[in-house]
Design a protein around this ligand. Sequence first.
Ligand code: UVW
Length: 340
Amino acid sequence: MTEKRWVRRPEGSNWGDFGPDDQIGRMNLLTPERRLRAIREITHGETFTLSLPLDHPGGNTLFEYRKEPRFFYEKRGPAHNYNFRLSNVCGCFSDVVSDDAVLLYTQYSTQWDGLSHVGQLFDADGDGMVEKVYYNGYRGGIDIVGPDDASEGQGAKALGIENLAVSGVQGRGVLVDLDARYGRERAIVGYEDLMRVLEEQRSGVETGDFLCLYTGFADLILEMGKQPDKELLSSSCAVLDGRDERLLNWITDSGVAAICADNFAVEAYPAKPGPGDTYPGLPLHNHCLFKLGVHLGELWYFADLARWLRGHDRWTFLLTAPPLRLPGAVGSPATPIATV
Ligand code: UVW
């Protein structure tokens, strides 16, 4: 077993609790017993896809650097990768074959944020020097590297999304219907608000659950038909208040394995200013990804599932949501499935 990577861990973090080399955080809570409990949620055998088509929202989104998938032609011998005649290989072959080449921004649409997605400038050695640090003390420039770093290769050598893929992302989902409460109105949802909705639903959240927030945002995206109105999107539907300490403490205490929402960032972005001279611009990401190893699902699609659950007066289901097993990726598209 290796030494831990830090001398001081961030206040309120669980670094080291799942071991010094842990790379999946609270997904460790998905034990066989909890999966069996989740499977017992299946009463009708019906499934719902919780993904948008991955070419949505369409065009440039709120995060302009993320672009929609681009298919391109690649040379394949004398022809290219679509409608390739296998007679190019042997004259007697009658087959035509198409292969894809796609430039995919992994966090453009329905996705998982990996634990290497958001870190902090933090003094993990306790020597007064801040460094780029991620969950469990993994370092930017050493474990998560880019073209500006001296180390070879790019991407996440640690905390890559492939760790999540092999961990078996399956457990009990609890849907919180914020859409029913707030509709399209912009609402910054804090602890009290969330508790009120859970209470109205008569829903409880248990250790190892996936907290799924239905706000109606993905429905709005679909209605926009790949012509996203950025102004409208950034002023619509509910988002969590990442500056609400009571909400953050509840996330810690609730034991949720992950939080999944149908909006861009789960939380309000940009968030309200924080205390001090420097503070996290994404306080809920800081709390979840950096401190607790709680993965965040974003731009999921919940409308059909929500309608069914509401009609059956229940809010729980089996959730199966592996990311791509793409080594080194800091996030991944996902096609989550709910089974009821
Ligand atoms: C950000 O960088 C804000 O990303 P996301 O919301 O996808 O986690």
